[in-house]
Write a protein that binds this ligand. Structure first.
Ligand SMILES: C[S@@+](CC[C@H](N)C(=O)[O-])C[C@H]1O[C@@H](n2cnc3c(N)ncnc32)[C@H](O)[C@@H]1O
Length: 413
């Protein structure tokens, strides 16, 4: 059979490039727009044919050699074959397309804020356990598969996390642990703490936890092993976080994201501001420092508990309302708040949450999102409800991967 030759012309969300061949649409992984590649069909995804580039016939000037030996097999990174500046350009195009499909124009002056050093940025990683002939190893799911690829290193994680993996595997092997599922590691960006959580398939058996932790600590003498909570510090503030609460995985870019969000929000002294989907209250405390009083809404009870503690630690005027945003906003009086910042998970906002925001008629909304399609969808609802998009920005929180973080300032028109 003749090899499949494809000429992708545009980026797609997910890291692939879109090619059209004889009226058929292909999503081509590991190819860049403008290239000619030989490709192998790899099934279908969301009704579209998928292929993987196996040989580059005409390379893009933006193609680089991927530095990671697992690239192509591991499901973690999709864009290591693109020069970093080009990754940022591809992400801008993906956001522009998502907005255009929803009927919105991405403001032409939208900044794309990338990293100076786009490696070793993750302070949190979740690694799957796999039992090999020589014992336990940790790794990632293979691309679009449930099977696990054991790894010895990962260039997008903090080097201390990479070093910790064999220590945890060695301790698990020495203690003959069985039924491991995964390991969640988070390092303190400005301290020696390494927070860990080991999960088992099924209910946790009784196991020598303390002995295990002692052994890992012996193997990692420069790190402080933490099994309950750790500290996150920025801008002179300190926050407690835990394994079961959300944390921005890219600490360096978290600061860029928060700065961009606060610049858009322009909270004034004496204002009342809502922080929706607030997590442990990092943004809330930063907004409160500008003199505003903040009401944080969050559904995860562990995050609410830490958020209240974090507000006290930082003497921040932040009050927590536990519960879902869509339900909590119902009780809010018109005119009580002047502005809101919202940072929902990938699924975006429930229609009821958007309807409540429109009812409240706040002057300014800053909507932070980690999924361009739901961001664009929700922004359109807000525009229909009487808002105008004033500014937008893209902050690259996830270099080498397809994930995109964007934010927009809306004002009541
Ligand atoms: C992307 S995180 C944002 C956290 C925070 N803004 C930060 O920067 O650390 C989303 C948060 O929304 C919470 N959440 C998800 N759905 C929610 C809902 N319907 N109502 C309230 N909180 C929700 C999650 O528990 C999580 O803490």
């Amino acid at each position: 059979m003749a090899p499949l030759i494809l000429k992708p012309s545009a980026p797609a969300h997910g890291g692939a490039a879109v090619a059209r061949e004889d009226g058929k649409v292909w999503l081509v992984n590991y190819a860049l727009p403008g290239e000619v590649v030989e490709a192998e069909p790899r099934g279908r995804q969301g009704g579209v044919a998928v292929a993987a580039a196996t040989r580059v016939i005409e390379a893009s000037p933006h193609r680089v050699a991927a530095p990671c030996p697992y690239f192509g097999a591991c499901g973690g990174c999709q864009l290591q074959h693109a020069a970093y500046a080009h990754q940022l350009e591809l992400k801008r195009q993906v956001v522009e397309d998502a907005w255009a499909r929803a009927g919105l124009r991405l403001p032409p002056d939208t900044a794309v804020l990338g990293m100076e050093d786009a490696w070793r940025y993750r302070i949190r990683g979740e690694f799957e356990a796999v039992s090999e002939a020589d014992g336990w190893r940790f790794g990632f799911h293979r691309l679009r598969s449930h099977s696990v690829l054991p790894i010895d290193g990962c260039l997008i994680h903090d080097e201390r996390i990479e070093r910790a993996l064999p220590a945890f595997a060695a301790a698990a092997n020495e203690q003959r642990l069985t039924g491991l599922q995964n390991l969640l590691l988070t390092v303190e960006p400005t301290g020696p703490g390494l927070m860990w959580r080991l999960r088992f398939t099924g209910p946790e058996p009784s196991w020598p936890r303390d002995e295990f932790a002692r052994r890992v600590a012996e193997l990692l003498p420069d790190l402080t092993l933490l099994d309950d909570a750790m500290s996150l510090e920025f801008w002179g503030m300190t926050f407690r976080i835990r394994s079961d609460t959300f944390v921005q995985t890219n600490y360096r870019q978290m600061l860029v994201l928060y700065r961009a969000a606060l610049d858009m929000l322009q909270a004034r002294s004496g204002e009342r501001v809502l922080d929706l989907y607030a997590g442990i209250g990092t943004i809330s405390a930063a907004v409160a420092r500008a003199g505003a009083s903040v009401t944080a809404v969050e559904e995860n009870p562990h995050a609410v508990q830490l958020g209240r503690l974090n507000a006290r630690i930082n003497s921040a005027r932040v009050e927590y309302v536990p519960g879902k945003v869509e339900a909590s906003l119902r009780g809010v009086r018109l005119g009580h708040f002047q502005a809101a910042i919202l940072d929902p998970p990938r699924a975006g906002c429930e229609p009821a949450a958007l309807a409540e925001l429109i009812r409240l008629g706040l002057e300014r909304l800053v909507y932070v999102s980690c999924e361009p399609s739901t961001h664009a969808r929700d922004l359109v609802s807000l525009v229909r409800g009487g808002y105008r998009v004033r500014r937008a920005a893209i902050v690259d929180m996830f270099p080498q991967t397809y994930h995109i973080e964007s934010l927009a300032l809306l004002e009541r028109s």
